[in-house]
Structures are given as structure tokens and as C-alpha cells.
Design a protein around this ligand. Structure first.
Ligand code: ZN
Ligand code: ZN
Length: 264
């Protein structure tokens, strides 16, 4: 069983990750235009016609912008929680009933041989979810757009070989920055976005489980800098006794281009 994971785009301008377990190719979110996602997939040596399903985390536009166009053009299934379906129905337009798949968060299901385990996350959306996918003893998870983590949440992604974890902002840059107070409060709230520091803490809490490859995702272009996100998380891991590059591998993601692939 071969696992391939490629964050195609990550950030407030659009999010999408490609996951392939052998021949089962899935997209988690499709937050750029259908055209851009088409090109991005092609550039990675994949074909959108091979994408079996799109798994949607929540209805914010940076996660669903291309969902309707791609579903109508290619006929793949689209999976989302009932709350997300209701909240995104208008924005994604008409999708044939046979392609509309609804799940209950915290209830596993299968796509081909891939076990999909969606879990509820705290975010200011209708019924947002993260995903843990596993097959053939390999596990990949995506946990982005959440205000805080809990032990229960971390237990869902623990043991992942590859994970994408949000490192949205540096708290100091956000609080000192130019965003309106209301927006700052929303981002910092328990249902907002995960800071570099909170991301680092969550990873430290999961240290004992395997040697994961971690992608830092959904970086704010206004309130974060890639080097700062990396060094904050790396420093926290190292002070907890982990060696970055040996016990845990850190990779960056980008708003406008694909990150380096994880292939195992
Ligand atoms: Zn987002
Ligand atoms: Zn969001």
C-alpha cells in the first residue's frame, strides 16, 4: 500500500490536499477555482478524472470554491457533514444526488478500502470536521481551521504517518497587527484558528506516537511568516526533547503552490 500526500494550496486564499492510497485518489477540500485545481493536480502528475471523492471540512469559501465546478465536470462524490451540506448548498450549486454523500462526524466509513474517520472540530462554521484516513497500516490526517485542540481531538490524529496541522498565526503579530478588533477576537477565540504556539503544544503532546511528517498549514499571510511558524514549532518540539528531522519532520505549505509530496 503506497500513500501519497500533497498539500496543493494552503491558506486563507484556498485549501486543498491530495491524498492517494494506491489507486484511491481523494481531495480534502477544493478551495481554489476548478481551473486552478485542475492545473495543480496535473502538475503533480495526477489526473482529476481519477479523483474518487472530495472530502469537505467546512463551508468557508477557502475550502469549497471549486467543489461545485469539479463535481459537475468530473462526477466524483462529495462528502460532508449534514451541517456543512446545508451551509454550503447555495455556494456550490447543483450537485446530482448520487454524488452527494452525507456522514455523521465521529462515525467512520469507507471509500474503497480507505477508512475515513471524520471528527468534529471547534471552528465558527456549521458542523466542521477534521479527517483521519487510514489504509494498509498507513494513516494521514488533516486538522485545520480550529480554535483549540483537546486530548480527544489529538487522540483522533495520533499515530498518523503524515499530518497537516494548522499554524495560522503568531499571537503577537496578530494582536499587534492591523486587523479590526472583532476579527482579532474571532481568530483568537476557541472557535477561531490555531496559533503557531498552540500547534507546537499539540505536537509536543503527541510526541510519543511515531515519527510523523507534519505539514504546517493555513498560515496567515498577514499575521505569520513561514520562518517564524517553523522556528516556533521546532523550538517547542526540541525543548520537549524531540529532534526535528529525526523524531518528527516538519514541512511547510504554501498559499499559491504545492508543498513537497510525502510519499511512503
Ligand atoms: Zn480556512
Ligand atoms: Zn474556516
Amino acid at each position: 500500500m503506497h500513500l501519497d500526500f500533497r498539500p496543493l494550496f494552503s491558506g486563507s486564499t484556498g485549501n486543498s490536499e491530495l491524498v492517494a492510497f494506491d489507486d484511491t485518489v481523494l481531495l480534502i477540500d477544493a478551495g481554489r477555482t476548478g481551473k486552478l485545481l485542475d492545473e495543480a493536480i496535473k502538475a503533480q502528475g495526477f489526473d482529476m478524472r481519477r479523483v474518487r471523492a472530495i472530502l469537505v471540512t467546512h463551508e468557508h469559501i477557502d475550502h469549497i470554491r471549486g467543489v461545485g465546478v469539479l463535481a459537475r465536470k468530473y462526477g466524483m462524490e462529495v462528502y460532508a457533514s449534514a451541517g456543512t451540506w446545508a451551509a454550503m448548498a447555495e455556494k456550490v450549486g447543483e450537485i446530482p444526488a448520487r454524488q452527494r454523500c452525507e456522514f455523521c462526524p465521529d462515525e467512520d466509513f469507507y471509500i474503497d478500502r480507505v477508512n475515513v474517520s471524520p471528527f468534529s472540530i471547534p471552528h465558527d462554521a456549521a458542523q466542521p470536521t477534521g479527517y483521519a484516513l487510514s489504509c494498509g497500516g498507513k494513516k494521514v490526517s488533516v486538522m485545520t481551521d480550529l480554535g483549540h485542540t483537546t486530548r480527544e481531538l489529538l487522540s483522533r490524529v495520533e499515530g498518523s504517518d503524515v499530518m497537516l496541522m494548522e499554524a495560522n498565526h503568531d499571537i503577537r503579530m496578530l494582536t499587534d497587527g492591523t486587523y479590526p478588533e472583532r476579527l482579532k477576537r474571532r481568530i483568537l477565540s476557541g472557535k477561531g484558528h490555531l496559533s503557531n504556539e498552540a500547534c507546537g503544544r499539540a505536537l509536543v503532546d503527541m510526541l510519543s506516537a511515531g515519527r510523523p511528517r507534519v505539514y504546517l498549514g493555513h498560515l496567515s499571510e498577514e499575521n505569520n511568516v513561514p520562518e517564524l511558524a517553523y522556528s516556533t514549532v521546532a523550538r517547542m518540539l526540541e525543548s520537549a526533547g524531540a529532534k526535528v528531522g529525526r523524531d518528527v519532520f516538519l514541512s511547510m505549505t504554501y498559499p499559491d503552490r504545492a508543498a513537497q509530496a510525502a510519499s511512503l
